[in-house]
Design a protein around this ligand. Structure first.
Ligand code: SF4
Length: 338
């Protein structure tokens, strides 16, 4: 079987054409066919010369993930189980909300970081996804729902900053006007707070929104439930978050509220103290329960009380609606059990 052409970036596609003595715009044409017209057959690329189509057909394939299962909560939320070429599975979620069409993508098969409350952690780590496997989740879902996606969030399986290079390459495909054409301002990378990865994003020319899963204002509790916090101290994380907000885009802190663990008024006060002076938004995410984990969602009154106690601060505070909870498509619920 030939090499998968999709594994090539736009630049590489153009270089292939130049090496063949052709104009580089032929690379752009093929790239558009693949990413915008969902082509899987070179022979159908009608604006490409016939001999070139035949040559590519003999040399390359165009393959990608296949939809193995779909679960639908209501017509606005769908969870996809996608099978990759090597037989591994990942999950992605589609959410329709007023004018927004958001795809939540995975960037690893499983995750090695072992956050105690997260269903993905139950799988363990299998492998990183390639850039095209990340971007392809958006393309496959767009084709399935027959609608143009407006937003992409890296909040599915895995930690994006552990797969930095492929995530950056996927961002190129997602934002390219010759591919998925979704602006960087509509793309959010969510991290548990890997200092090295945030520093790299800060130094790079990439402008993407950054969300940090903070979850606990108490460092000891954070270390206990998010082992990665042991080597990524809060003080340094907050310093980088502030720099990101000032230099790039305002950071969002995500706070997964877990019953009796981090949902008290004392926790809310600690959170405000911690974030003082950092231009940022706070997303409160009521915990999405999972049958294989013991943690619980707080009662609505507790969530409301916590939320109100944050309102006097300089932060925009939002309680994120969990739209996929019933089909286990909520944040932290992706465990490949579709
Ligand atoms: S919360 Fe994110 S980083 Fe932590 S185990 Fe789950 S997927 Fe990995």
């Amino acid at each position: 079987m030939g090499e998968n052409f999709k594994a090539h970036s736009l630049l590489q596609a153009k270089n292939i054409m130049t090496r063949l003595g052709l104009d580089e715009y032929r690379g752009e044409q093929v790239f558009k066919w693949i990413w915008q017209k969902n082509a899987t057959d070179f022979l159908k690329m009608t604006n490409v010369p016939k001999e070139l189509r035949t040559f590519f057909e003999s040399r390359y394939t165009i393959t990608g993930p296949a939809v193995a299962a779909v679960r639908q909560g209501n017509e606005d939320v769908k969870k996809y189980l996608l099978e990759l070429e090597d037989g591994e599975h990942i999950e992605s979620v589609f959410i329709r909300e007023e004018k927004r069409r958001t795809v939540c993508v995975s960037c690893q098969v499983g995750c090695p970081l072992g956050c105690k409350f997260c269903a993905t952690a139950l799988i363990g780590f299998k492998r990183n996804l390639y850039a095209y496997e990340i971007a392809d989740q958006v393309r496959v879902i767009q084709a399935d729902v027959d609608d143009k996606c407006t937003n992409v969030v890296f909040m599915g399986m895995g930690e994006p900053l552990l797969n930095y290079e492929q995530v950056v390459a996927a961002l190129e495909i997602i934002s390219s006007p010759l591919a998925l054409s979704i602006g960087r301002r509509h793309t959010t990378v969510s991290t548990v707070g890997l200092l090295g990865g945030i520093e790299s994003l800060l130094k790079s020319p990439i402008r993407v929104k950054l969300a940090i899963s903070l979850n606990f204002a108490d460092e000891e509790k954070r270390k206990e439930l998010m082992p990665v916090a042991k080597s990524n101290p809060l003080r340094d994380l907050l310093r980088l978050a502030k720099a990101y907000s000032l230099k790039k885009e305002m950071v969002t802190f995500e706070y997964v509220m877990i019953d009796k663990i981090n949902d008290g008024l004392r926790d809310a006060r600690s959170l405000l103290r911690l974030l003082r002076g950092i231009p940022s938004k706070i997303n409160l995410i009521p915990y999405n329960e999972h049958p294989r984990l013991p943690y619980k969602r707080p009662a609505d009154e507790k969530i409301e009380r916590f939320y109100r106690s944050l309102l006097d601060s300089h932060h925009t505070v939002v309680i994120r609606k969990s739209r996929g909870q019933r089909i286990l498509a909520g944040c932290g619920q992706l465990a490949g059990d579709s």
